[in-house]
Write a protein that binds this ligand. Structure first.
Ligand code: SAM
Length: 253
């Protein structure tokens, strides 16, 4: 099982200061942003490092692991024939996608708002790539400064559903500015069926949940990307039991 060798939640974690990297500015963190960060630094850290690892986990988490792997495979199929060199993996988690990109020859900058997650990603991915190891950093998508640096490819997989529409609009616009060719990401698709189950879930679990799930229509996301100078190229809804992620590839118009 891919477990942490020591407690990453309480360890003193040496990590890059987001303000010292040219990618990030000073945007104020929203209430939702603070809650999401806190979740992924504490209980969410344990949960998602287990789900994204390779050890034994409960069957219900296994569904998420297998569904997520299908989403990663879809992202990799979107970039299969690209001759790109640089990539940014925003909200990289344990770095599963970052490593796949590095193995395909990309120079990868990867960041996550959770410092323990980045520490863990650095730890488990040491020596795991044939290519240049990803540069893992702590940082918040909401505070991307739209810096001088751009990337051929910008990815943001299974992150945006933690945020409401206005915040997603700011985040996706910031990510799009940092890409010179392609943005690949995912969101939770709003459908009557998903709406119904979300309401049921909120009724029974709302008090225990540190994060909320926000769903969007295809048109809402397409519009944000269009305004940012992109058009949708390919999409695929990855539905595997209850794992449901709408993966998209957007290219510059
Ligand atoms: C469900 S995990 C997905 C991880 C990774 N993208 C993947 O697909 O393997 C969501 C990750 O997004 C990170 N995250 C959430 N909000 C973020 C933000 N505003 N900026 C950067 N990372 C964020 C969390 O800390 C967590 O590691």
């Amino acid at each position: 099982m891919q477990t942490a060798p020591h407690d990453f939640r309480t360890a003193t974690i040496p990590h890059s200061d987001p303000k010292q990297t040219p990618l990030f500015g000073d945007a104020a963190t929203t209430d939702i942003g603070s809650r999401v960060r806190k979740y992924f630094e504490t209980s969410g850290f344990s949960r998602w490092t287990a789900i994204y690892g390779s050890g034994d986990i409960p069957p219900i988490w296994r569904v998420i692991r297998d569904g997520h792997q299908r989403a990663i495979d879809e992202v990799l199929s979107f970039i299969e024939t690209d001759k790109h060199h640089t990539a940014l993996d925003a909200g990289c988690g344990t770095g599963n996608l970052s490593i796949e990109l590095a193995n395909r020859g990309y120079e990868v900058d990867a960041f996550d708002v959770s410092a323990p997650m980045i520490h863990f990603a650095k730890y488990i991915n040491t020596g795991r790539t044939k290519g240049i190891p990803p540069n893992f950093m702590v940082g918040d998508i909401a505070s991307l400064a739209g810096a001088d640096k751009t990337f051929d490819l910008v990815c943001c997989l299974d992150v945006l559903f933690h945020y409401p529409y206005e915040e997603v609009a700011t985040m996706l616009t910031g990510l799009a500015k940092l890409s010179s060719h392609k943005v690949v990401g995912s969101f939770a698709l709003r459908t009557p069926f998903n709406d119904f189950w979300m309401k049921v879930g909120q009724r029974f679990h709302a008090k225990n949940r540190m994060t909320k799930l926000f769903m969007f229509s295809y048109d809402q996301v397409e519009q944000i990307l269009y305004r940012a100078g992109y058009k949708m190229a390919r999409t695929k809804r990855i539905k595997f039991f209850f794992y449901d992620s709408f993966v998209f590839e957007a290219v510059r118009r």
